[in-house]
Design a protein around this ligand. Structure first.
Ligand code: ADP
Length: 307
């Protein structure tokens, strides 16, 4: 068995409008890469981070913290070295921290011949999310590990349901170059909701799940509504309302905040519409002079993988 593995760790869209902290989906066109190596020395060492300024200290990097959770549960006597090649910007809202924490534990599990289940790997990765945002949420790490769409039905006990994805579903994701820290965008949320908002929200979650199972693109569009988080968080994102309006006018099924923002995602049926949406979204930020990154991606059905 090899002592080293290189992996692709996909970016992910969490929340998906109606599913705050419970829904997520993995992307194909954007992700980090990592090399993980077995060492005889115990513990986890981050030996290289390429592409971004991030902490190298094991306890300050999500890959290190998730890796330590893995080691604590394992009877393996050695340790691991990790090299991280960052392509997903931290704080962009497309699961930068989740990519590193899932890539680390998935790679370690492969190197030890899979002692842990995917669900157990989710639990180790959630410790990385706790470091990044203060909350051990699973809505990015679950799709990064399982692939496709996932629903976190319950946190205690952790129960994750993989959901199928319609074949022609594409995401367009634009990242205006302002940083919103997940921890900050959590602080502005209220901790209670009204019953009437709850009714609308769970109607939409049920609608979206049914639509993904039945390939009902119109129902996907109708279900991409968020009555609870988007009205508050969108205030932190420049021109959010214009981007959403223009995406839908260009043919998108729906549009919302990716994770905690500031990235905005739109889903479309087919690549042609997703690219039209891409052009329309770009125009908005060009006109107001805000730099951006933009990606068009199919759903990644596999999750983290060896490369
Ligand atoms: P995202 O939603 O894109 O994951 P977050 O704000 O949740 O962004 O996480 C980024 C935070 O996690 C930053 O404070 C960053 O310094 C910290 N962090 C620690 N290790 C990593 C890593 N390997 N990759 C990305 N972010 C990391």
């Amino acid at each position: 068995m090899s002592d080293e593995i290189k992996v692709f760790c996909p970016a992910t869209i969490a929340n998906i409008s109606c599913g705050f902290d419970v829904l997520g989906v993995a992307l194909d066109a954007v992700g980090d890469e990592m090399t993980v190596r077995k060492t005889s020395e115990k513990g986890i060492r981050i030996t290289k981070i390429d592409g971004q300024e991030l902490p190298m200290a094991t306890l300050k990097n999500v890959a290190g913290v998730a890796g330590l959770a893995f080691l604590a549960a394992s009877d393996y006597k050695g340790g691991f070295e990790i090299e991280i090649y960052k392509k997903i910007k931290a704080g962009s809202g497309i699961g930068s921290s989740a990519a590193s924490s899932t890539g680390a534990v998935w790679a370690m599990n492969e190197l030890l011949d899979k002692p842990f289940s995917t669900l157990e790997l989710v639990q180790f990765s959630m410790e990385g999310e706790r470091l990044a945002s203060g909350v051990a949420h699973a809505d990015n790490v679950a799709p990064a590990l399982f692939g496709g769409f996932t629903l976190v039905r319950s946190y205690k006990p952790l129960d994750i349901i993989p959901i199928p994805s319609p074949n022609e579903l594409y995401a367009t994701i634009i990242h205006p170059q302002i940083e919103v820290k997940t921890s900050d965008s959590r602080k502005i949320l209220k901790t209670t909701i009204s019953l009437s908002d709850g009714i609308k929200q769970w109607g939409n979650v049920g609608g979206l799940i049914a639509a993904l199972f039945t390939n009902d693109y119109d129902l996907i569009g109708r279900s991409l509504e968020d009555h609870i988080v988007e009205p508050i968080r969108s205030i932190l994102i420049p021109a959010f309302d214009d981007v959403k309006k223009t995406a839908i006018q260009s043919g998108a099924l729906g549009c919302g905040i990716s994770g905690s923002g500031p990235s905005i995602f739109a889903f479309s049926k087919g690549l042609e519409i997703a690219e039209k949406v891409e052009q329309a979204m770009k125009e908005i930020y060009k006109n107001i002079g805000i730099d951006y990154d933009i990606h068009v991606s199919k759903v990644n059905l596999e999750g983290v993988r060896k490369i």
